[in-house]
Write a protein that binds this ligand. Structure first.
Ligand code: ZN
Length: 243
């Protein structure tokens, strides 16, 4: 059986009442959920940066170890060459070994220079990491506080919210899809979340523009779903004027 316009409007009004209560719960939470999300994103960014720094420092330390080993190897070769030099048969052999020794000494100088550069880079990076770690610590404290605040607010309204969500689902079931999507669309378009209003003191309860007497009579008759010509909200009824 097709439901009457009156019952459709009643169902819409009921849904609106529940949604307005849910809106109020969310309003009390304010920007907190978003602020928590922003902080979590910022912290993640810092953590990625710190991990990257740590990797770079580890690579530099590894390169220092390798360069130090290179120096030891060169020193070993030099000792070996110098022993060989004591047993050379001619000047040509002596000169050839001298060249090898010089090459290894050059190699040692290069490695020492690279080690100094790596140490300098590590110092620079450590300064950078320190700043980031400091900010990270501060943001973590902020996040802790915001989360506590949010959890408290959510905790206070959690039960009510769950119950309202259940009521909302039940109320929405009774409304035909086409009407429900119109309701959702209007709610999305208006600032106060009111898609269904009544006429109060000859005016639309949503935008407060005057509703002419004939239109009020049509609304009161509840023969069809009528929307406000100014704001598009559904006008579910006319509240009786008290003279
Ligand atoms: Zn209006």
């Amino acid at each position: 059986m097709e439901s009457t316009v009156a019952s459709k409007l009643e169902a819409l009004l009921k849904l609106q009442t529940i949604d307005s209560q849910l809106d109020e719960i969310k309003r009390v939470r304010g920007d907190l959920p978003e602020e928590v999300q922003d902080l979590e994103d910022e912290i993640e960014g810092y953590e990625v940066r710190v991990r990257k720094f740590d990797d770079e420092v580890a690579n530099l330390n590894e390169s220092i170890v390798q360069r130090k080993q290179g120096i030891k190897d060169s020193e070993g070769l030099i000792r070996k060459y110098e022993e060989q030099q004591e047993n050379v048969r001619n000047n040509r052999e002596y000169d050839a070994i001298t060249k090898e020794v010089e090459l290894q000494k050059l190699e040692i100088q290069i490695n020492e220079k690279k080690i100094r550069e790596a140490i300098y880079q590590i110092e620079q990076k450590n300064t950078e990491i320190e700043g980031t770690k400091h900010r990270l610590e501060e943001r973590r404290k902020d996040l802790d506080n915001k989360k506590k605040e949010l959890n408290q607010i959510v905790g206070e309204s959690e039960e009510e919210e769950t119950q309202l969500e259940q009521e909302r689902n039940k109320a929405a079931e009774n409304i035909e899809v086409r009407l429900l999507s119109a309701y959702t669309r209007i709610r999305g378009n208006v600032r106060n979340g009111l898609a269904v209003v009544t006429v109060k003191r000859d005016a639309c309860g949503g935008c407060f523009n005057t509703v002419p007497p004939q239109r009020q009579a049509d609304i009161a008759a509840q023969k069809k779903v009528i929307v406000c010509e100014h704001c598009g909200r559904i006008l579910a009824g006319v509240e009786q004027r008290v003279f």
